[in-house]
Write a new protein. Structure first.
Ligand code: ATP
Ligand code: MG
Length: 486
């Protein structure tokens, strides 16, 4: 990345190490962060020019293969051509303008990327959503985001229609489909017939580009807004993942039990690299290629971020001490960071402490810079003065053959204030075992596997655990029930 005239220019053979060194010089204040940036015009269109001049290898810009083996391959020029057509659909046909918000709920079909690049070209703020969303989830997202346009499939169109009357701001509905539906525009037909004449809008690096809804593990999903700059920066770094043969397995979003890792390895011969991150800034820690894997650890800090364990006064804690996982955010807010939680300045302010952004998660860093996840702040159980992370108790439980999965939360206790309670999903082989003896068996097992004070004094067997759409355990829901909160 070579900034000149305050615009990013991208080196044709961009290497991650170039990005890091550029990033370092921004961080050290040696170079000014450019004022304007747009990933479509400053990166994709530049690569298209380089491609046209024959100065780059003939790798496709975009290569998509589905489960049936169908392929779509585009050069940078083709990607540019098609995404300009889509930009015209959005601006001319749908009347969307810079700053307007668009909800995009599609499976990962080529149109998904076309819309994304088209939105960059037009300055439209994109709000992606998974196709697993229910009508209720869509209603919440439409209402809080104030989106004026939605693009989805014919499969989800009825769900949108069932709630659309409660979303006064929603003006345009576009469907990626071969068929038609009343009140909907046909995206596929419209973009094929559009002109490809579109000039990319000029955007400031801090202009909003995308709003991600967080997973909603701890409450209603928050809107983490990312800028043109923060969005542009990651796609550049994700170049490293090439799925030619399965060689690397990655897990993230939830702690990875060492037991699961062990089982995976014994059945596939492969190790799982853990990634720890947040919607707010992407990858925070990870096990990178060639790094030693330590079971139960999430790897080292991502090169872009200065990750530390801090205390409640923002002091950095030494290796081995438990505290809050934080990322240095001052004096320069890292480029990959979200801008704010939209319409929620209080929540945004809560993430700031001294020179740091606090993740809301607790962890420990070891002497080698590896991070271990302890738990979300709110999930930590304080029993008789001891701090207990649910994850270590869950790790111990899952080693027992009767346990399929578990969630550990705090539960009220007249003597200790709160105690450890485990909600356990039993393996079918143990469904007829006497529950009383099974409980004491599980308790003994945990006492032997971790420090005895961490054992679950209360155990409840359940058929399933409450989870988010993406499969994250909603421990707060179980905890609230325990404490009689709604
Ligand atoms: P919400 O903020 O809406 O309550 P969420 O925090 O689950 O939901 P995401 O941004 O999708 O939303 O998830 C980030 C969180 O997921 C992290 O803060 C952390 O608690 C957890 N997480 C992510 N990766 C890992 C990991 N490798 N190990 C343990 N926890 C992880
Ligand atoms: Mg979160």
């Amino acid at each position: 990345l070579k900034p000149s005239n305050k615009t990013f220019h991208v080196h044709p053979r961009l290497l991650s190490s170039d990005v890091y060194s550029q990033y370092e010089s921004f961080r050290q204040g040696k170079q000014e962060i450019p004022k304007y940036f747009n990933f479509a015009s400053d990166v994709l269109d530049k690569w298209s020019e380089i491609e046209k001049a024959g100065k780059r290898p003939s790798n496709p810009a975009f290569w998509w293969v589905n489960g049936k083996g169908e392929e779509v391959k585009w050069s940078f020029e083709e990607l540019g051509f098609l995404s300009r057509k889509v930009a015209n659909v959005l601006t001319k046909e749908c009347g969307l303008q810079k700053g307007d918000r668009l909800i995009l709920i599609l499976p990962r079909i080529p149109e998904w990327w076309l819309v994304k690049v088209a939105c960059m070209r037009a300055g439209i703020v994109i709000i992606p959503g998974t196709s697993q969303l229910s009508a209720k989830d869509i209603l919440y997202r439409l209402q809080v985001s104030k989106a004026t346009c939605i693009i989805t499939t014919d499969k989800l169109a009825p769900a949108v229609d069932s709630v659309a009357s409660q979303c006064q701001l929603l003006k345009t509905k576009l469907m990626v489909s071969k068929g038609s539906r009343e009140g909907w525009l046909n995206f596929t037909e419209m973009y094929q017939n559009q002109s490809a004449d579109h000039s990319c809008i000029k955007t400031k690096i801090q202009d909003p580009m995308i709003i991600f809804f967080t997973s909603g593990t701890t409450g209603f999903p928050k809107m983490a807004q990312h800028s043109q700059g923060s969005l542009g920066f990651r796609p550049l770094l994700s170049e490293r993942y090439k799925f030619m043969n399965l060689k690397y397995c990655i897990s993230g979003g939830e702690p990875l039990n060492p037991e699961v890792m062990e089982q995976w390895k014994s059945q596939t011969g492969l190790e799982i690299c853990e990634v720890y991150g947040q919607t707010e800034m992407g990858v925070i820690c990870s096990v990178y290629g060639g790094m030693k894997i330590k079971p139960g650890s999430m790897g080292k800090a991502a090169p872009l971020y200065d990750v530390q364990i801090i205390d409640k006064n923002a002091n950095i804690l030494p290796p081995g001490q438990q505290g809050e996982i934080a990322i240095r955010s001052k004096p320069i807010r890292p480029l990959g960071f979200f801008s704010e939680y939209l319409d929620n300045p209080k929540k945004t302010a809560e993430t700031e402490r001294g020179d740091f952004y606090v993740t809301g998660d607790r962890g420990i860093m070891d002497e080698e810079g590896y991070f271990q996840f302890i738990g979300r702040n709110d999930d930590i159980i304080i029993s008789s003065g001891y701090r207990i992370g649910p994850f270590e108790v869950e790790n111990a439980l899952i080693e027992h053959p009767a346990v399929v999965e578990s969630a550990v939360v705090s539960s009220p206790d007249p003597l200790r204030g709160e105690v450890v309670k485990a909600f356990v999903v039993l393996s079918p082989n143990f469904s007829s075992t006497d529950k009383k003896s099974l409980i004491s068996d599980l308790q003994d097992h945990v006492k032997k596997t971790t420090a005895p004070y961490k054992y679950p004094r209360k155990v409840e067997f359940v058929k399933e655990l409450p989870k988010t759409i993406t499969g994250k355990i909603k421990r707060n829901e179980l905890r609230d029930k325990e404490w009689g909160r709604t």
